[in-house]
Design a protein. Sequence first.
Length: 408
Amino acid sequence: MSRRALIFCLFTAAYFLSYFYRSANAVIAPDLARELRLDAGSLGLITSLFFAAFAAVQLPLGVWLDRWGARWVTPALMMVAVVGSLIFASAQGVVSLALGRALIGMGMAGVLTGSLKIFSQWFSVQRFATVSGLLIGIGALGALAAATPLAWLNGAIGWRAVFWLAAGATALAASAILIWARNTPPGIPWTGGSAGQEPVTGVFRDLRFWRMVPISFFVAGVALGFQGLWAGPYLYDVLGVDDVQAGNVLLWMGVGLTLGFVTSGWLADRVGLARVVAVMALVFAVCQLFLATLPDLLWVRLTYGVFGFAGAAQTMTLAQARQLFPLHMTGKATTAVNLFAIGGTFLLQWWMGLIINLFPADGVGRYPPQAYTAALMFTGIGTLLALLWYLPLAAAPRPRMARPLAET
C-alpha cells in the first residue's frame, strides 16, 4: 500500500469513530433518559455538548494544523476523546455525562479538518472534493454502525460497555496515525512553522466566506443534530417503533448520507461545488418540511434516506473553503467554516430540544407529534433562508484552481 493510500485509510478510520460518537445518542437516548432521568431539553443539551466543544476548538485548531500538521495534532486531540469516552461510560449523573460528552467532542474536533489539511498536502486540488467526499462517505459508515448494530450491541452489553470499547478503538486509531502518517510527501519540506502564523482574519474579511456561513450552520446543524439525536425520538414518539425498528429506519439515513458524501464530491469536481451545495440544500429543506407533516413509516423511511443524502452537502463547504483560499491557509479556512457548521449543530440540536420541550410529555416521557412538527418547521424554513443568501456563490463562475502541492 502506498503512503498516500495508507494516510487516507488511517484518517478515514478515525473519521468513522468520530461519526459513531456523534450519532450514537440517537439510539441510546431512551436508556440515557430513563437511567439518568433526563427530559428532552437536558438530553438535547448534553448531546449537543459534543458539538459545542468541537466548535470551541476550531479556531485554535486551524492555527495548530497550519503550524504543526495533522500527523501531530489529530492523534493528540483523539487521546482527549479517549478520556471523554471513559468518563461517559462511567457517568453516574448529569455532570459527569456532560463532561464526558464534551471531551469526546473536543477530542474528535481535529479528525475531519485534520484529514482535509493532510489531504491538501498529498492530493491535487482537482481531486480534492472527490477524495474528501470518499473520506466522509466511508467514514460516515460510523453512522450506520450507530444504528442497528449499536441497537443490538446496546441490548447485548449495554451502552456503558459500548463506550469502553469505543475508547479502546480510538486509542488504537490515534496511535496508528502518529506512527505511520506524514505531513507532506517525500521531498517536500513542511513549512508550517512560518505559514501557520498568518492571522485567521484574512478568512473573515472575505465576503465569500460569509456566504457559506449560514448554509453551513443550517445544513450541518440539522443534518448532524437531527441524525445524532432527534431522528430516533421522532421515530419513538411519532410512530411508536421499538429500538430495533428505529435502528433499521436510521440505517436508511446512514446509507443515504454515505451515498451523498461519495457522489457529491464526484459531482462537485465536475459541475462545481457551489451548484451541488445549492441543489442538495434545497432538497434537504424539503425533507425537513415533509417530515414536519408527520407521514407514515414507509414515507419516513424513504425521506430519512433522502435527508441523509442531501445532508451530505454539509461537507462540500469545507471543500469549497479549500478551493477559495491559499494552500497555506487551508487549516484556518476549513476550521473557520467548520466552526459555524459545528456551532450550528450544537445550537440547533439544543434549540430543537427546547422547542420539543414546550409541548408536555405523556406519562412515559413521549412528546406529542406536534412538538416535532414545530421543531422541523423552524429548521426547514431556516435552511431555505440560508440557501437564498448562498445563491450568489452558486451563480458565480467556477474559480480557477491553484497549483497542487502533490499530484495523485
